[in-house]
Design a protein around this ligand. Structure first.
Ligand SMILES: [Zn+2]
Length: 118
């Protein structure tokens, strides 16, 4: 009898765990779809901007490739990613964590490193 009840409780707990896991996976999948859509939108806008720049200025693919490499190397790594490194506080000189809006030591406001960070 005890085993029967215990197995019922176990089955119920297992079902609750599976439901929670399914809910978490559903949420994660929705976030992934949202991020994928955002990346595709950014790629579309970047492509449109590139084509405009080429049409208006005569910018070559080689010039773009060199600029991408230069910007990529600003953080010291050629990894194909734009990674914000630490920012030095203009007031106290503390190395502020990337992405912070204010200095962790003195509270000074930190200007974003790139326009899209605001
Ligand atoms: Zn500071």
């Amino acid at each position: 009898m005890y085993d029967y009840i215990a197995s019922g409780i176990y089955a119920s707990q297992l079902k609750q765990g599976q439901d929670a896991l399914g809910s978490d996976l559903g949420s994660t999948n929705a976030q992934l779809r949202s991020l994928t859509d955002l990346v595709r939108k950014m790629a579309l806008v970047n492509q449109a901007l590139l084509e405009l720049m080429k049409e208006k200025t005569g910018l070559s693919d080689e010039e773009l490739r060199l600029k991408v490499r230069e910007v990529d190397l600003r953080d010291g790594y050629e990894d194909g990613k734009l990674t914000a490194g630490p920012v030095v506080c203009p007031k106290c000189g503390f190395n502020v964590t990337a992405g912070s809006l204010s200095c962790q030591t003195c509270g000074a406001k930190i200007a974003p490193k790139y326009p899209y960070e605001s």
